[in-house]
Ligand binder design. Structure first.
Ligand code: FES
Length: 299
């Protein structure tokens, strides 16, 4: 009976290609074993924002397939597992798979993550500071004001990080350690939040944040030219900050005012319908604001 063909297949890799192949095979009537080495299917596409060439949201494309794959009666998803050995012939292979432990009861787990709140084990993603963290007096005053206002509120971590991010325009490492110490919250938990949201920054940023919209309308109306002009004017590339910490240049997608395309924002100010030639004047305006402020301080 060694030549008897079997009606099941194994798909290796649970990225978008593996998911689609599994769905097609399962719809054709095959029993499909979808093998994935990471804890979840989705692969790299699940980590993308937009996809080429249509600029569609990656998760909007993927989510229905993930759900369908998870619910399909002909598909068995085997995650956290790797293929060890394949023997046999076409139509009748035998595979050996190593399944790594997940440490949760998969039949009961709903993915709510509540268990992470009660887990007695702390895994340090970042080195744990054994000594007490002290801040410079001026920083301590600012941070303590924020902590005193928010520490007793439910779900305080997010608003505290927002307030620090607003105050410093980024989240200084030492202050995060201080918050961890003062609130008795694991530093790893703070970094989980700080690294998840795009609004938080872990590197110092300039006094003026220039953001160029690279949404479709702005792109078509000349955003790439504005970026070039800004890079020339400031002597930095997108994502960088000038040495004097005056300007940071960033990009973002669609500010919701496409009628003004192409648009940039400088801090809270919106500048629309721009041409390359407008850029030097705008940069000069914010530079002179700095100079005026410095002059006031000197008096
Ligand atoms: S595409 Fe730039 S504001 Fe909408």
């Amino acid at each position: 009976m060694a030549n008897k063909k079997v009606g099941s297949v194994m798909v290796i890799g649970g990225g978008i290609a593996g998911i689609q192949a599994s769905l097609d095979l399962a719809d054709s009537g095959y029993k499909v074993y979808l093998l994935e080495e990471s804890p979840a299917i989705g692969g790299v596409m699940a980590q993308l924002d937009k996809t080429f060439p249509t600029n569609d949201c990656a998760m909007c494309v993927m989510s229905p397939k993930l759900v369908e794959c998870g619910r399909h009666l002909n598909i068995e998803i085997i995650t956290n597992a790797e293929l060890k050995k394949v023997t046999g012939n076409a139509g009748n292979f035998k595979v050996e798979v190593t399944k790594h432990p997940r440490y949760v009861d998969e039949d009961k787990c709903t993915g709510c993550a509540a268990c992470t709140q009660h887990c007695p084990v702390t895994v340090a993603l970042y080195p744990i500071e054994k000594t007490l963290i002290y801040l410079k007096p001026e920083d301590k005053v600012k941070v303590d004001v924020i902590l005193n206002e928010l520490r007793d509120k439910k779900g305080n971590l997010m608003p505290i990080l927002q307030a620090i991010n607003t105050e410093y325009k980024y989240l200084p490492e030492r202050i995060l350690k201080y918050i961890s110490q003062e609130l008795d919250v694991a530093l790893t938990k703070i970094y989980q939040i700080a690294t998840f949201y795009n609004a938080f920054h872990l590197e110092p940023r300039g006094k003026h944040i220039i953001t160029v919209c690279i949404g479709t309308a702005c792109h078509v109306q000349g955003a790439p030219g504005l970026i070039e002009a800004l890079e020339d004017e400031l002597g930095i590339k997108v994502g960088e900050t000038t040495k004097n910490m005056e300007f940071t240049l960033e990009t973002a997608r669609c500010f919701g005012c496409c009628g003004l395309a192409p648009v940039i924002t400088v801090n809270e100010d919106v500048h629309g319908k721009l041409k390359r030639a407008d850029i030097p004047g705008i940069v000069k305006h914010y530079k002179s604001m700095e100079e005026k402020q410095d002059a006031k301080i000197d008096h």
